[in-house]
Design a protein around this ligand. Sequence first.
Ligand SMILES: Cc1cc2nc3c(=O)[nH]c(=O)nc-3n(C[C@H](O)[C@H](O)[C@H](O)COP(=O)(O)OP(=O)(O)OC[C@H]3O[C@@H](n4cnc5c(N)ncnc54)[C@H](O)[C@@H]3O)c2cc1C
Length: 292
Amino acid sequence: MKWIDYENAKTVDEAIKILSQSGGKARPMAGGTDLIVQLRNKDPRTDADVVVDIKDIPDLNVLQCDPKTGLTIGAAVPLYKIYNDDNVKKYFPAIIDSASLIGGVLIQGRASFGGNLCNAAPSGDAIPNLIAHNGIATIAGPNGTRDVPVEDICTGPRQTSIGNDELLISINLPVPAAGFGASYIRFTPRNEMDIAVVGAGVSVNISEGKFTAARVSLASVAPTPIYVENAVNALVGETVGDAAIQRAANAAREAAKPISDMRGTAEYRKHLCEVLTRRALNAAIERAKEGK
Ligand SMILES: Cc1cc2nc3c(=O)[nH]c(=O)nc-3n(C[C@H](O)[C@H](O)[C@H](O)COP(=O)(O)OP(=O)(O)OC[C@H]3O[C@@H](n4cnc5c(N)ncnc54)[C@H](O)[C@@H]3O)c2cc1C
């Protein structure tokens, strides 16, 4: 293994300074559950001379959930803190769906939603869920701070729109409106410690028996997690029921452009898109009815 310097940044400014001065050869590290594996495997996409540990930066450890302001998840907050938070459980139960299924207990002690998003794997289990919740990523760099919708972060497998000299600070989810429900489900051959063959993250807003808003996103069916606009169009304004749900599930199937690999053929994945979108929508509708 080549020599890699380790820096433990204590502030956002310090981390950005190190990133800016490294000529693109520094990598932020939150839990390290992706990064360390990639460095050990000498993955050419993760060449680094410096690893910048960001876990001690207070701004990246904020976990604030308030029914009046929404949910802020600092980029380095480990998953176990998210799924043990009583307010997250109460107001954003679908976020627990992702936090509690990534890896196993040991991974959940280190891994973060921020790392999951910045790693930009097509199969990242947090990403469709954050898209379904209208998540906004706050990114800081040498020229200040910018807010970007989560669906605009991943640009290719393990590629993002976050610059080499920038740092994801937090992911912010707006207050769920009345009649809101969301859900994330995935299919894996094993129950845990496996990569999603397909993942579906959805949300709905329901008023007087109709869908007033919706979001549908899929993982593992394209080079990046995708937002499925046609599935959303199949729902909004329609009566809540099997017909609209099936039209959205069909649209999800059509939007998927999967590859065939050892975990499933492209045709199987397309079939799973339909099944998982339908199931996730039904689960989200149940949560909307329960006021969760
Ligand atoms: C055994 C095992 C099981 C796993 N199971 C799953 C699973 O079920 N589902 C799943 O989706 N993933 C899984 N993973 C992958 C990994 O655990 C997750 O993607 C995790 O969420 C990554 O978070 P992290 O904090 O460890 O990221 P890190 O490894 O610290 O970082 C990942 C990438 O993001 C960059 N980065 C991190 N933070 C920032 C930031 N604030 N700003 C800019 N860039 C940043 C890093 O430089 C790196 O390129 C698994 C990994 C292992 C080893």
